[in-house]
Design a protein around this ligand. Structure first.
Ligand SMILES: Cc1cc2nc3c(=O)[nH]c(=O)nc-3n(C[C@H](O)[C@H](O)[C@H](O)COP(=O)(O)O)c2cc1C
Length: 394
C-alpha cells in the first residue's frame, strides 16, 4: 500500500479484518490465530510466494457474465474456495463455529470442522446444505477415532479430511510468550491481557461463569487431559495425538470411511502419488499455515510439481497464504482445483462474528470474480497457464 493511501475505518480487504481482529482479541487469542512456528519464515513465505506469480491478461474476451462456480467433491460450489479446519474457534468469538458454518453455507462454500472444534459435529452438520468436511486427528485412543468416524457418517458429513502434519506440535513461540492455554485461563498472569480487551473478555467470562464456556465437544469425556486444569497447547497436542501414524493408518482409514477422503498437510510430490495410489480423493497441499515445521516451501510453490506427479487422479487444494482473490486465480492457473483459507475467515469472525466471516468470504470471492474478468477468463474451467507469465504452467 502506498504511504499516502487513505486510511479509514471501513473494511475493504482481508488486511483490514486482520487489524480489527487485533483490536478486538486479547493477546493470547490474537497471537494463537495470527502466529506461526519458530521464525515464522514459512508463514511469511506462504503469502510472499503468490507475489512471484504474475498474471497475463487476455484481451477482448467476453466477460460480461463471469461464472465463479465449480464442482468440488462432486458438488457444485459457488467458487473454488473452502474454509479450512481451525480448532478452538470459540476463542475468537463466542458465536464460534456455527457462525462460520452459517456464513459458509450462505456463500455456497464448503466448510471444514476441526476435531478440535468448540462445537459438536452434529450441530454443524445441521447447518445449511453446502459440503461439510470433518477434519480428523488420529488420537492415541483408537476407539475415539472410530467413534468420530461413526458420528461423522451418522450426522451426514460429506467428507473426512485427515491432517497428517501434526504428529507433534509446532513451536509457536508467540504462544509461549503470551501463556496461551486451552481452555483459556483467566489468572493473574493473563489478567491484564484480558482486561485490555473487555469487549471479548466480559462476555467470555460471563459464559464461563454460567457453565457455557469453552468446550471441545467432539472429544470431551474421552480425553483425560481436558478434565484436568488448563494445559499449554503444545502439551495438549503432544499428550493426545498419535506421533506414530504411518501409511498403514491411512489404509485403515480408507477402509473405514467409504465417502470422500481428503488428506491434508502434504508437500512432497512422492507422498501425493502414494496418497492417490492408496485411495485419496483430494489432497490439501499445506504446511498448516506455517504453524508446524518452519522453512518448508509454500504450498503454491509445490503445486505445479504435484499436479505433474498425480495428473488428474485427485482434486488438489492449495491451503495457506491466500489473502486475495487473485491468489485463488493464480493457484488455479498453476493447476489447483480450489484453494482453502484459515486465518482470513477467522480474522473476520474475530472482527465481527458471523457478519465478519461473511465479509471475508465476500471479499475473497468478489476479488476472484474481478480477477477473472480483468484477466479475461469467463469460467473457472477456462483458467489455465495461459494466464501466467514466466512460470511452470499447467
Ligand atoms: C487458529 C488456527 C487453528 C488451526 N487449527 C487446525 C486444526 O484444528 N486442524 C487442521 O487440520 N488445521 C488447523 N489449522 C490450519 C488450517 O487448517 C490451515 O491449514 C491454515 O490456516 C491455512 O493457512 P492460512 O491461515 O494462511 O489460510 C489451524 C490454523 C489456525 C490459524
Amino acid at each position: 500500500m502506498p504511504i499516502d493511501a487513505p486510511k479509514g475505518r471501513s473494511v475493504v480487504n482481508i488486511g483490514d479484518l486482520r487489524r480489527r481482529a487485533y483490536r478486538r482479541l486479547p493477546a493470547p487469542a490474537y497471537h494463537y490465530l495470527d502466529g506461526g512456528a519458530d521464525d515464522e519464515r514459512t508463514l511469511a513465505r506462504n503469502m510472499a510466494a503468490f507475489e512471484d506469480v504474475r498474471l497475463l491478461p487476455r484481451i477482448l474476451r467476453p466477460i460480461a457474465s463471469v461464472d465463479t462456480a465449480t464442482t468440488l467433491f462432486g458438488k457444485t460450489v459457488a467458487a473454488p474456495l473452502m474454509l479450512s479446519p481451525t480448532g478452538l474457534t470459540r476463542l475468537f468469538h463466542r458465536a464460534a463455529e456455527p457462525a462460520v458454518a452459517r456464513a459458509a453455507a450462505a456463500a455456497g462454500l464448503p466448510y471444514s470442522l476441526s476435531t478440535m472444534g468448540t462445537t459438536s459435529m452434529e450441530t454443524i452438520a445441521a447447518i445449511g446444505d453446502n459440503p461439510k468436511i470433518f477434519q480428523l486427528y488420529i488420537f492415541r485412543d483408537r476407539g475415539l477415532t472410530e467413534d468420530l468416524l461413526t458420528r461423522a457418517k451418522a450426522s451426514g458429513f460429506d467428507a473426512i479430511c485427515l491432517t497428517v502434519d501434526t504428529a507433534i506440535a509446532g513451536n509457536r513461540e508467540r504462544d509461549h510468550r503470551t501463556g496461551m492455554t486451552i481452555p483459556p485461563k483467566f489468572g493473574a498472569r493473563s489478567f491484564f491481557q484480558f482486561a485490555a480487551r473487555p469487549r471479548w473478555s466480559l462476555p467470555t467470562a460471563w459464559d464461563q461463569l454460567r457453565g457455557r464456556g469453552f468446550r471441545l465437544p467432539n472429544v470431551e469425556g474421552r480425553v483425560d487431559a481436558l478434565k484436568n486444569e488448563a494445559l499449554s497447547l503444545i502439551g495438549y497436542v503432544n499428550s493426545q495425538f498419535d506421533p506414530d501414524l504411518t501409511w498403514d493408518d491411512f489404509a485403515w482409514l480408507r477402509e473405514h470411511w467409504t465417502g470422500t477422503l481428503i488428506i491434508k498437510g502434504l508437500l512432497a510430490p512422492d507422498d501425493c502419488i502414494r496418497a492417490v495410489e492408496m485411495g485419496a480423493d483430494a489432497i490439501m497441499i499445506s504446511n498448516h499455515g506455517g504453524r508446524q515445521l518452519d522453512d518448508v516451501p509454500a504450498p503454491v510453490e509445490m503445486l505445479p510439481k504435484i499436479r505433474d506427479a498425480i495428473g488428474g487422479q485427485a482434486e488438489l487444494i492449495v491451503d495457506g497464504g491466500i489473502r486475495r482473490g487473485s491468489d485463488i486465480f493464480k493457484a488455479l492457473a498453476l493447476g489447483a482445483d480450489a484453494c482453502s483459507v484459515g486465518r482470513p475467515y477467522l480474522y473476520g469472525l474475530a472482527a465481527d462474528g458471523e457478519r465478519g466471516v461473511a465479509k471475508a468470504l465476500h471479499i475473497l470471492t468478489s476479488e476472484f470474480a474481478r480477477t477473472m474478468a480483468l484477466a479475461g477468463a469467463r469460467t473457472v474451467s477456462g483458467i489455465d497457464g495461459g494466464y501466467l507469465v514466466g512460470m511452470d504452467k499447467r
